[in-house]
Design a protein around this ligand. Structure first.
Ligand SMILES: [Zn+2]
Length: 169
């Protein structure tokens, strides 16, 4: 804090007292304030009040700091949760993309394919369940998700192709 104008010693350097407390005065000003305080009871009283206020502010700021840290922690946790949700969305997208050919297969081949689809689906769910535990602990999930989608897509496309060939033959 810089109050600009210099306080003459005939007046009380009230404005400089705060700066003095904050140790923001130059050597010259500090000595002037100290000299004034020695001879002025009023300013000593003001000084005491300021000192008490400053301490209380310090306590308040300490209290304010805690929620700020808490807020940061909450935000951090939220961000992690959001990225986890995003990962889950990636997962859902991968499964949907992968299952589209199976759905197409179901509509084309009908009940004949139902048993096969059901078998594939059960196997896939089991695999997905097992893989999800592994994948949720991997940070580069998006890449994994894409790979997974490709694998599911390839597998189900292959199943579709084979089934259609079987039906044709
Ligand atoms: Zn004074």
């Amino acid at each position: 804090m810089n109050y600009g104008g210099r306080t003459s010693m005939s007046n009380h350097p009230e404005e400089q007292l705060s700066a003095y407390l904050d140790d923001e005065l130059g050597d010259e000003d500090r000595q002037l304030v100290e000299k004034h305080l020695e001879s002025c009871e009023t300013c000593r009283a003001i000084m005491e009040d300021l000192f008490t206020m400053k301490q209380q502010f310090g306590e308040v700021f300490a209290l304010v700091d805690a929620p700020e840290n808490l807020e940061n922690r909450v935000l951090h946790a939220l961000r992690q949760e959001q990225s986890q949700k995003k990962h889950l969305r990636d997962w859902a997208a991968a499964i949907v993309i992968g299952l589209i050919p199976l759905i197409v297969l179901y509509f084309i081949a009908g009940p004949v394919a139902l048993k096969l689809i059901h078998g594939c689906y059960k196997l896939m769910v089991t695999l997905l369940y097992a893989a999800s535990h592994f994948i949720l602990s991997v940070p580069t999930l998006s890449v994994t998700t894409i790979l997974l989608a490709v694998i599911i897509l390839a597998t189900s496309s292959y199943s579709l192709k084979r089934l259609l060939q079987t039906n044709a033959g």
